[in-house]
Design a protein around this ligand. Structure first.
Ligand SMILES: [Zn+2]
Ligand SMILES: [Zn+2]
Length: 120
């Protein structure tokens, strides 16, 4: 045994009684290939699943619902990343947040004809 990583053990699949593991040793797609074992059993897919999904592109990740789910997950991930970057620990209305940012900017950085809707 050479690996000393802290990877989560891949659970055994209830349908094929085998853990679906990618070539990198991670949890693979939870679907099964169209091939069968000599004894007729299912063969687990070993493709890495699409982010936020449990299946690979071949096994349903390309259908609209799965795509939407993956897209939402990516959006949520990038949104929380953006919040971290800008240090915004609170939930504000986007428009209100923009006004606050605008008013907080140094006057010299604003165009001379600026009329901030929050400053009226
Ligand atoms: Zn399986
Ligand atoms: Zn698959």
């Amino acid at each position: 045994m050479s690996a000393s990583t802290t990877k989560q053990p891949v659970p055994t699949c209830g349908r094929c009684s085998t853990a679906h593991i990618t070539s990198h040793g991670n949890q693979a797609c939870t679907a099964h290939t169209s091939k069968r074992r000599p004894d007729g059993g299912l063969i687990g897919c070993t493709q890495p699943p699409v982010t936020a999904l449990t299946v690979c592109r071949l096994h349903g990740a390309s259908n609209p619902r799965s795509k939407a789910k993956a897209a939402r997950a990516r959006l949520a991930a990038s949104a929380s990343k953006t919040a971290t970057i800008f240090g915004l620990p609170r939930q504000v209305d986007p428009a209100q947040g923009l006004i606050e940012e605008y008013c907080a900017a140094p006057a010299s950085s604003l165009p001379t004809n600026a009329s901030c809707p929050g400053c009226r």
